[in-house]
Design a protein around this ligand. Structure first.
Ligand SMILES: Cc1ncc(COP(=O)(O)O)c(C=O)c1O
Length: 388
């Protein structure tokens, strides 16, 4: 495929090799551990060829390779590796660059299990973490130490949705020889081009919009140039491989990613705009709305939005919030997001470097592919329950 093909064209064709598989457009699902090398000479060649994935099931199969190729093309990476979950992608990327005595900077808005990596794991191995204000921009340089190895960015932030100035952070980082690792899940590798904005390693929970149907756990780590080998070396040690059926599902989901994302975006904007005008709502946290911190950066760096956003309620009792959530008919109460269905989740925000609205009742909505008017009606009934 042409290198300058547009996103939708890449999504339809990347990773597809019918010429190698009897003309069939989708890859076969290989269930594999053993690879028969045939001869010792062939074994030695396969094991030393850095571009060969097929040495042992854990190193990948033609199924995982097809998915990895498609993600790399979409994100503009030299190489993507697929792993068993988004969290596995995060830990693989971080562990590729840090060791005892190092220091990492993590945005205060990071996904909670990413914070757990620092609190419950890095600490034990003598890696120090400083959380920083996600809106810090180029001033991140004031937080650098000689031993700082990685700046972790997540934009928008989990639950609070601040958009970060990633080009400014990356410029400061690179001057000091520090790597920038990004959680690019929200943009699905589609609305934000990490490598055009200075990111060194982009991780995604492909569990969300790539899989798209809430039925598989998948992560990806994408990188360019000198960053390819450290991540692959780390992966080989950790053994975080992807299951073959999940690789197939994630690639299948990518074929319809663009149309699904556009519908999620349209539906979510309709619901978010409506919510913003409701008297029970204090704030809607949606990067495409001017009220979201960093909205101007979203306009500058992103090409769209998805179905996920947050809402902060005006003071309400816990019991009335439970009644709001429990009575919703079209929203499942559950974690994850990016599937076809609408979800709601009460959010607890942990902050170290910055303050978040205290004692606020807040929730996260994922707006699915239902008719948004039905969703609005369901939420409107919930808002009435708040007053009861
Ligand atoms: C922003 C973000 N990053 C990473 C993850 C982790 O992905 P997974 O659940 O596939 O481990 C999640 C999951 O909710 C997420 O929301």
């Amino acid at each position: 495929m042409r290198k300058d093909a547009k996103r939708d064209t890449k999504l339809a064709h990347s990773g597809s090799h019918p010429e190698d598989q009897s003309g069939i457009v989708n890859p076969p699902v290989y269930h594999a551990s053993t690879v028969d090398y045939g001869t010792v000479a062939n074994m030695q060649e396969l094991r030393t060829d850095p571009n060969n994935n097929f040495v042992y099931g854990r190193w990948g199969t033609p199924t995982s390779k097809a998915f990895e190729e498609a993600v790399a093309e979409l994100e503009g990476a030299d190489r993507t590796v697929a792993v068993g979950s988004g969290l596995a992608a995060i830990t693989t990327a971080m562990l590729a660059y840090v060791g005892t005595g190092d220091h990492v900077l993590v945005c205060d808005s990071a996904y909670t299990p990413t914070r757990n990596l620092s609190e419950n794991f890095f600490k034990r191995f003598g890696v120090e973490t400083t959380y920083y204000d996600p809106l810090i921009g180029a001033s991140i340089a004031e937080q650098f130490q000689d031993k700082t190895k990685v700046i972790y960015v997540e934009s928008p932030g989990s639950h609070t949705f601040e958009i970060q100035d990633i080009p400014a952070i990356a410029e400061a980082a690179h001057k000091a020889g520090i790597k920038v690792v990004m959680d690019n899940t929200w943009a699905a590798g589609f609305f934000f081009k990490p490598f055009d904005h200075g990111v060194d390693v982009s991780v995604q929970a492909a569990t969300k919009y790539y899989v798209g149907h809430s039925d598989a756990m998948v992560g990806t780590v994408s990188m360019c140039g000198d960053n390819v080998q450290p991540v692959i070396d780390c992966l080989r040690v950790l053994g975080n491989n992807i299951a073959p059926d999940d690789a197939y599902l994630a690639l299948r989901g990518m074929r319809t990613l663009s149309v699904r994302l556009k519908r999620h975006e349209k539906n979510a904007l309709k619901v978010a705009d409506w919510l913003a005008s409701q008297s029970e709502i204090d704030r809607v946290l949606h990067p495409a709305l001017p009220s979201c911190p960093g909205h101007d950066l979203w306009q500058r760096d992103f090409s769209g939005s998805n179905g996920l956003f947050g809402v902060v309620f005006k003071p309400a009792s816990e019991a009335s919030m439970h009644s709001f959530i429990d009575g919703l008919e079209l929203f499942s109460l559950g974690g994850s997001w990016g599937g076809y269905e609408s979800l709601v989740l009460p959010t607890n925000v942990t902050r170290t470097a910055t303050k978040w609205i205290e004692n606020a009742q807040s929730i996260r909505f994922h707006i699915g592919l239902e008719d948004p008017d039905d969703l609005i009606e369901d939420i409107a009934a919930g808002l009435k329950r708040l007053a009861d």
